[in-house]
Design a protein around this ligand. Sequence first.
Ligand code: C2E
Ligand code: MG
Ligand code: MG
Length: 274
Amino acid sequence: EQLKMEEELREAMRNQELELRYQPQVDSETGQVVSMEALVRWKHPTRGMVSPQEFIPVAESTGQIIELGEWVMGEVARHCLYWDTLGLNTFRVCVNISPLQFNQRNLPEWVADFLDQSGLPPGRLELELTESAIMNDAETNIAKLRALKALGVDLAVDDFGTGYSSLSYLKRFPIDTLKIDHGFVSDLDTSDGAAIVDAILALAKTLKLRVIAEGIENEYQLAYLVGKGCNLLQGFYFARPLYPEDVPNMLQTNFSKQIHTVIGARLAEENRSC
Ligand code: C2E
Ligand code: MG
Ligand code: MG
């Protein structure tokens, strides 16, 4: 199965079967879409859409993730530069970087060249790194993270809380954003789930990091996270990952009304139960 997928993935990259989608990230205070996460999709000729959860691990184990990751960055630059021509240049794009990509010795040089050659302003880019990739050999990774940060890009820790973070390293790493894993968000209606989210939000506040919750699907989760001061919000509640052509419209959308209505309803509920 893996060999077959490896071969098919090679074909897919040659035949332009890969596509990007963009999922909005909403500022909880202004309701504005301030960033978009780029998510890769594989339009397989016979199987239809194949989930990245299926093919990213294969690409990671075969090393194809390096080429795939470079393709993703190239597409992101191409899309961003097009959106620029429409005057849409105030939002960041977040790109997932797999552990193998992160572990390449020359990643900072590669990103520097990419920024140079594509013309994408570094401030438009946030790299989403996994907790396990940066914590594994943390001492060496500090230098790499600093080199990336010095280029002017933002750095996020994806799926935060699912690996093992050393808090002392977390403080020393030049990180901008913690992403609360959607597993914790979907558990918010349990007391343990809520306690974990509270702890991550408190940690982010103390370390002065931006915090984003992903996988928000309902009003309960939204009200809880906004009530606790979560800065950014992402999930099907706002939008599913969008085709690039639907991004300009989404950037004009403001969610503050929905956010205020949900918060208002929660406050009214709390008052009633008092
Ligand atoms: P991730 O980076 O944690 O991305 C978030 C995943 O959650 C995405 O799945 C997204 O579609 C999904 N999601 C967003 N909102 C909701 C929601 O409200 N409910 C639920 N149930 N899910 C939601 P997707 O697109 O299938 O991607 C899965 C994973 O594949 C990503 O997890 C990321 O680790 C990896 N991936 C995707 N694109 C890339 C890429 O370009 N490069 C690399 N290295 N990895 C990628
Ligand atoms: Mg991600
Ligand atoms: Mg994630």
